[in-house]
Ligand binder design. Structure first.
Ligand code: DON
Length: 565
C-alpha cells in the first residue's frame, strides 16, 4: 500500500512540475568571469547556474556542490553521475579542512582474478564494459554525508529539485554532447538490451534530452535521502539489472556502502599550503612529490615550454608515476607509505639521478625503495563567506560501463578497471599497478583524481581540478605552476597547452600542435620520446585576488562554464 501511495505521489509531483514550466534549460557559456561574492566553475553552464542559484538563496559552497553534483548527473551524462563516485576537498572560512571520499567500493563478491580467463589472461572488456565493471556507487551517500555535516541551507529537497526539473523538462544538447552520445551508440547497444534514453534517436545540437526514468530516481533520492538510492525501489532496480547480466552488486553491497571523511593531504609549495586528496587517490601524493621536485628550480625564469621546463617536469613525473604503480592503493587495505613518499628527503633522493641534459629511460627507473576522453568531471565553488570546495566526480570511462539501469535511467560506473586487474596489465589510461591496488572485497580502487585548494597567507587562493584519467595529476600540477610561477590568470592557466609523462609508456605526450619545434628538437636530443595527442584534461580554476574578487577560468577544451555574482 505504501509503495502505491509513494508512486501516486511521484506521478502527481511530475504532473504538477510539468505544468509549472515546460521550457528546457539552456544557458550561454562563459569561459572567464569575475565576481565579488561567489563563483562556480563546472563542465556545464546549467550546473554552474544551479550552483550559483543555490548560493543566492543562502546556501553555502557545500549546498551548491551537492546541487551541482546532481545536476551534472542529468545535463552531463558522460561523467556527471549518481552511479559513480568522487572526492570532495573542503576548506571552510573558519580554517577547517576535510576530504570526503565517496569513491566506489568493490562488491563483496569481487576477487583478485575476477577479470582473468582460465589461462590467466586479462579480460579488460569485462572490467570496462557492462554489469561486472561497476563498483558500488558512492555519490548519493557522499552527498548525503556532506549535507549532514556542512549544509547551511538545511533543505535537501531544494538541492535535488533542479536536477529533477532538468531531467523532466529536458536539457538542450550542445554540438559536443550530441556528437558524444552518437559516437557512443555502439557501446550503449553492446551493453544494454534494447534502446536506452541515450540511443532513442540520432542527436544533433539543439535537441532536447529528457530523462523521465532518471527523474523518478532523483525524486526517490529527494524524498528519502540516501535510502532513496541504496534501499527500496531503486536498490531493487539495480540488483535486478545486475542479475539480468553478469553483475555481482547485491542489496547488502548497496546498504553497506559508506563514504568516509579523511584527513586531507596538506603539503606546501613556495610558501603556499596545498590541500589535496589522500589515498585512495594517488593524486595528492603524486602532486606533492611533483611540486617538491621542482621547487628548487627558478621556474619563472626558465620560460614556459622551454626545453628545460618540459624536461624537468617529465623527469619528475616519470619518477612519481613509478611510485604510484607500486606503492599506492586504498590505504584502508594496504599500508601506503604516504609520509615517506612526500617527505623532502625522499623526493630529493629520487631526483638525485636527474640529469640536466639527458632523459632518464623509464626502464632504468623502478619505484623508490621504501621501508614500509572528458570522462570525469571537476568543479570548484567558492561562496560569499569564503568556504571553498574542490570536487572531482566520475563514472571512470565516458558514460562509465555504458549500462543504464533499467527503469531507473542512470548510468553505472566502470570503476573496477581502476584496480590493477593483473600486475603489469595497463588499465584504460595505460596505468599499471600491483599488489597495493589488487582487487579485494570492499576495497576502493586507486584513483588519480586531484581536487585541490591552495592557500596563500592562510587564505584560499586557488581552487582547482580536472578530469583526464592518468593525466589529472600532471594537469593540476601544471595549472598550479602556471598561476604561481608563470603569473597566468585563471582563464590563461586553464587554457595553456599541456604535456604529460607517466613513467610507462616512456613518452612525453604533447597536445597536438603545441610546444615549439625548437623545444621539441631539444627534447629529442636529450633522449625523450614525444607523441602528439588530443586534448589533455578539462581544467577548472578559481583564483581569489588580493582584493577578494573571485576569478573563474573554465577550460576552453569543453563546454565548461564560469558563473558567479
Ligand atoms: O579515478 C580515476 O583516476 C579515474 N577513474 C578518472 C577517470 C577520468 O578522469 C576520465 N576522464 N577523462
Amino acid at each position: 500500500m505504501k509503495v502505491i501511495n509513494y508512486f501516486t505521489l511521484c506521478t502527481l509531483v511530475l504532473l504538477v512540475s510539468c505544468t509549472k514550466n515546460m521550457v528546457p534549460l539552456s544557458y550561454p557559456i562563459q569561459k572567464s568571469k569575475t565576481a565579488d561574492s561567489a563563483m562556480v566553475v563546472s563542465a556545464h553552464p546549467l550546473a554552474s547556474k544551479v550552483g550559483v542559484d543555490i548560493m543566492k538563496k543562502g546556501g553555502n559552497a557545500i549546498d551548491a556542490s551537492i546541487a551541482v553534483q546532481f545536476s551534472l548527473a542529468v545535463c552531463y551524462p558522460v561523467a556527471g553521475n549518481i552511479g559513480g563516485g568522487g572526492f570532495l576537498v573542503y576548506r571552510g572560512a573558519n580554517g577547517e579542512t576535510s576530504a570526503l571520499d565517496y569513491r566506489e567500493k568493490a562488491p563483496a563478491a569481487a576477487h583478485s582474478d575476477m577479470y582473468l580467463d582460465k589461462d590467466g589472461k586479462a579480460l579488460t572488456d569485462l572490467s570496462q564494459f557492462g554489469h561486472l565493471a561497476s563498483g558500488v556507487p558512492g555519490t548519493v551517500d557522499g552527498m548525503w554525508e556532506a549535507f549532514n555535516k556542512y549544509s547551511k541551507l538545511k533543505d535537501w529537497k531544494a538541492l535535488i529539485q533542479p536536477s529533477i526539473d532538468a531531467a523532466l523538462y529536458g536539457v538542450v544538447l550542445t554540438e559536443r554532447e550530441a556528437r558524444g552520445l552518437n559516437s557512443n551508440t555502439p557501446d550503449f547497444d553492446k551493453v544494454n538490451k534494447g534502446k536506452t534514453v541515450f540511443t532513442s534517436k540520432v542527436w544533433k545540437a539543439g535537441d532536447i534530452l529528457k530523462q523521465p526514468d532518471l527523474a523518478k530516481t532523483l525524486i526517490a533520492i529527494r524524498d528519502k535521502g540516501r535510502d532513496g538510492f541504496y534501499k527500496g525501489k531503486v536498490a531493487d532496480q539495480i540488483v535486478a539489472e545486475m542479475k539480468s547480466g553478469n553483475g555481482i552488486i547485491t542489496h547488502e553491497d548497496l546498504a553497506n556502502y559508506n563514504s568516509v571523511w579523511r584527513k586531507p593531504l596538506i603539503t606546501s609549495y613556495r610558501g603556499h599550503d596545498i590541500i589535496t586528496m589522500p589515498p585512495p587517490s594517488s593524486g595528492g601524493v603524486v602532486l606533492a612529490q611533483l611540486l617538491q621536485a621542482i621547487e628548487p628550480y627558478n621556474i619563472k625564469d626558465i620560460g614556459f615550454h622551454s626545453p628545460f621546463h618540459v624536461h624537468l617536469f617529465a623527469e619528475a613525473e616519470r619518477r612519481s608515476y613509478a611510485d604510484r604503480s607500486k606503492h599506492m592503493g586504498d590505504a584502508d587495505f594496504y599500508p601506503v607509505p604516504v609520509e615517506k613518499l612526500i617527505s623532502p628527503e625522499y623526493v630529493y633522493n629520487r631526483m638525485a639521478s636527474f640529469n640536466y641534459e639527458k632523459a632518464t629511460q623509464s626502464d632504468q627507473i623502478e619505484a623508490g625503495k621504501v621501508k614500509e576522453s572528458d570522462q570525469t568531471t571537476h568543479f570548484n565553488i567558492v561562496d560569499q563567506e569564503g568556504n571553498a570546495v574542490s570536487m572531482t566526480t566520475t563514472l571512470n570511462g565516458g558514460y562509465g560501463s555504458n549500462l543504464v539501469i533499467k527503469n531507473a535511467g542512470f548510468l553505472m560506473n566502470n570503476e573496477m578497471d581502476d584496480f590493477s586487474i593483473k600486475p603489469g596489465v595497463p588499465n584504460l589510461y595505460g596505468l599499471i599497478g600491483a599488489e597495493a591496488n589488487k582487487i579485494e572485497p570492499g576495497k576502493r580502487m586507486l584513483s588519480s583524481m586531484t581536487p585541490t585548494i591552495v592557500l596563500k597567507d592562510k587564505k584560499p587562493y586557488i581552487v582547482i581540478g580536472t578530469p583526464g584519467g592518468s593525466t589529472i595529476i600532471t594537469t593540476v600540477f601544471q595549472g598550479i605552476v602556471n598561476i604561481i610561477d608563470f603569473d597566468m590568470d585563471a582563464a590563461a592557466a586553464v587554457a595553456a597547452p599541456r604535456f604529460h609523462h607517466q613513467w610507462k609508456p616512456d613518452m612525453i605526450y604533447i597536445e597536438k600542435g603545441t610546444i615549439s619545434q625548437e623545444t621539441r628538437d631539444a627534447l629529442l636530443k636529450m633522449g625523450h620520446k614525444l607523441m602528439d595527442r588530443d586534448k589533455i584534461g578539462r581544467l577548472e580554476a578559481i583564483v581569489i585576488n588580493k582584493n577578494g574578487k573571485k576569478v573563474g577560468g573554465a577550460d576552453p577544451r569543453g563546454d565548461d562554464d564560469a558563473n558567479g555574482y
